[in-house]
Ligand binder design. Structure first.
Ligand code: URA
Length: 301
């Protein structure tokens, strides 16, 4: 009885830890051994629900336990009440994980984006792309909301829960504040294009990793080229890092103009504080307001 209670508490703590780390979504009914994908690079045919064929063809594949297979036996309790470790299985050498280099001149997994002529076409390319792991856990693609061509392009961090459900960026509480901020400088969906550095919601609303941002980057570059903004405004530290490749925190980089070139299009760019941060820290709104006034002035130039 005591043992059951202890096990229940331990499982509860492990689940709470997974939740805190952002692992709050089940990908399949059975556990998946992600290490068993071996040398298969992300997005190259490894998909979650029907993962077996890719796993079977992988040289380093390990069998997935069949559903209903017997759970592993628990080690007997030591006399002191301390659980003994089960003897480890003999170590099997795993070949070093290597993603084969792309052959010179070989097509990128997302195809030739320079030939993409419209946002609708770009959306179709993003929908067909499996190279960003966030797609596996997200409900919907969140590409943009607002004008298709706009002098002001806003780039946030990543979709959250409401955005994931609706399939549009910045529709939750932070988005409502963003809309108020834009309205205060006489702008809105009719003349602003709003997007993020990644197109899918990270599980548990964690910050997207640099790899996830990098995977989406070629699409974002083409998006900038199609929207043709005069000014790109990054919201928050993650967006500023993803867009401008900076190591400094948002308080250091915000409010400073820089010239950027994305997808062959040149624009003025600035970072400011994220509206979600402003909701938690209303005292910082003054800084964001100064940045917005600078944006308004730059749009008039
Ligand atoms: N926060 C973001 O950075 N982007 C969204 O789309 C919503 C909240």
């Amino acid at each position: 009885m005591i043992e059951d209670e202890t096990a229940r508490k331990t499982v509860g703590r492990i689940l709470a830890w997974y939740g805190a780390m952002g692992a709050d979504a089940a990908l399949a009914d059975q556990p998946i051994d992600w290490m068993a994908r071996g040398d298969v690079p992300p997005g190259a045919g490894f998909s979650v629900p029907g993962a077996e064929p890719a796993l079977a063809s992988s040289p380093a594949s390990a069998p997935i336990p069949a559903s209903g297979s017997a759970p592993p036996k628990r080690a007997p309790l030591a006399p002191t009440g301390v659980q003994q470790r089960a003897p480890s299985p003999p170590a099997t050498a795993r070949p070093a994980r290597q993603f084969p280099p792309r052959a010179p001149g070989a097509a990128e997994p997302m195809g030739d984006l320079a030939s993409v002529r419209s946002l609708a076409e770009l959306r179709a390319r993003i929908e067909a792309f499996d190279g960003c792991g966030l797609k596996a856990t997200a409900k919907n693609l969140c590409m943009f909301r607002g004008a298709e061509q706009a002098d002001l392009m806003i780039v946030g961090e990543a979709p959250g829960r409401e955005e994931d459900l609706e399939g549009k960026p910045f529709v939750g509480r932070a988005g409502q504040l963003l809309d108020k901020m834009l309205a205060a400088i006489g702008m809105g969906e009719a003349n602003v294009h709003i997007t993020n550095i990644v197109y899918w919601r990270p599980p548990g609303n964690r910050t997207p990793t640099p790899q996830e941002a990098l995977a989406c980057r070629p699409f974002l570059e083409r998006q900038v080229a199609l929207v043709r903004p005069k000014v790109v405004l990054a919201l928050g530290g993650a967006a500023a890092k993803g867009l401008f490749d900076l190591a400094d925190g948002i308080m250091r980089v915000r409010g400073k103009w820089r010239d950027i070139e994305m997808g062959g299009h040149r624009a003025k760019a600035m970072a400011t504080l994220h509206p979600a941060y402003l909701l938690r820290t209303p005292a910082a709104k003054g800084m964001a307001w100064r940045d917005l006034l600078a944006v308004k002035a730059a749009l008039k130039d």
